[in-house]
Ligand binder design. Structure first.
Ligand code: UDP
Length: 325
């Protein structure tokens, strides 16, 4: 049975990956200190004999007795919001350490075990891109000092470190560049666009569009992303691979779709754009299609409906919404 350790296993993407690895027959060890992850994301696994949780910071030495086959590094604050309690703009140093110290720590762990290493990187390494869509060989347009640099540069360092371990020690490495992803288990309070829009729409509050609303993003449903991650892990491809949905949409259009699917008549309000907010983001997934035979399958409408149902029950549980009669 393959043994796989995943840092950030309590996070939104990490916890879905834990479920998928267990379904594929792995023994899974999740490492999380729950500063941005959620215990609820793993609570259904309490009685699962092939699952273990180590509650700690991924920067600290990780002690495991089992022989590891795979080490997946997903631990990092990942929401850009400065107003959310868990946005990386609120925790710039923790974010830098998750990309630097914790990456070296987990690379060393993989080296000790002769394990395969997979890094969760991000479309943020492209910064505010001047090329659309973004292929993997686009080096990006990134400020080393702007507010978002704590995340962008940490992940760029993490990619460089991963390649260095491959070149110097021959470590088996994989790099996934993850674009905007959504689905159940996102945090309601993480300040990202979909949790905000959906909860605002369900509660009848104004929908907050930052800037003009003409900036774009491309949203991938989490099940599709996890499928791409598993394919990448199993592949023998060491260069970075973009994983995301090429279906690009403006933020204003997204707001209108959320209003329609929730049946809400919340008004749209326009607020100042955050500093350095990328104007366009769309993955070129030619490499993922060719190398992994992967492409997203979930239509945005279906993914949004499932995500809306998730947030509806979260809000009911939190007493912020009456159960549907
Ligand atoms: N955004 C918005 N209203 C919100 C939250 C976000 O208009 O309530 C915008 C944000 O400015 C950005 C886009 O939606 O242009 C996506 O933001 P998010 O924080 O989800 O992720 P990012 O792609 O910026 O990492």
């Amino acid at each position: 049975m393959p043994v796989t350790l995943i840092t950030g296993g309590g996070g939104f993407i990490g916890s879905h990956l834990v479920d998928a690895l267990l379904a594929e027959g792995h023994h899974v060890i999740a490492v999380d200190n729950f500063i941005t992850g959620r215990r609820e994301n793993l609570s259904h696994l309490e009685r699962e004999p092939r699952f273990e949780l180590i509650e700690q910071d991924a920067c600290e030495p990780i002690v495991v007795t089992a022989q590891l086959d795979n080490v997946l590094h997903f631990a990092s604050p990942a929401s850009p919001s400065a107003v959310s309690p868990v946005g990386y703009l609120r925790m710039p140093i923790t974010t830098l350490k998750a990309g630097s110290h914790a990456t070296i720590n987990t690379l060393e762990l993989a080296r000790e075990h002769g394990a395969r290493f997979l890094l969760a990187s991000t479309s943020e390494i492209y910064g505010d891109p001047l090329v659309t869509p973004q292929p993997e060989d686009y080096p990006g347009n990134v400020s080393p000092t702007a507010p978002r640099s704590c995340y962008d540069e940490a992940k760029r360092f993490a990619e460089a470190a991963t390649m260095a371990y491959r070149r110097q020690y021959g470590l088996e490495t994989r790099i996934a560049r993850i674009f905007n992803t959504y689905g159940p288990r996102m945090r309601r309070d993480d300040g990202r666009v979909l949790p905000n829009f959906i909860c605002q729409a369900l509660c009848g509050k104004p929908i907050t569009i930052y800037g003009t609303g003409r900036q774009t993003r491309s949203f991938c449903y989490v099940d599709d992303l996890v499928d791409g991650l598993l394919r990448l892990l199993k592949s023998d491809y060491a260069e970075p691979v973009n994983l995301g949905d090429p279906d690009e949409i403006t933020i204003e259009q997204l707001a209108r779709e959320v209003l329609e699917l929730t049946g809400s008549n919340s008004e749209l309000v326009y607020e100042p754009a955050p500093e350095g907010d990328p104007q366009r983001r769309q993955p070129d997934i030619t490499r993922a299609r060719t190398v992994l035979g992967w492409q997203p399958r979930t239509a945005r409408r279906d993914g949004l409906l499932r995500t809306i149902e998730f947030f509806r029950s979260e809000l009911v549980l939190a007493g912020q919404l009456c159960p549907p009669s």
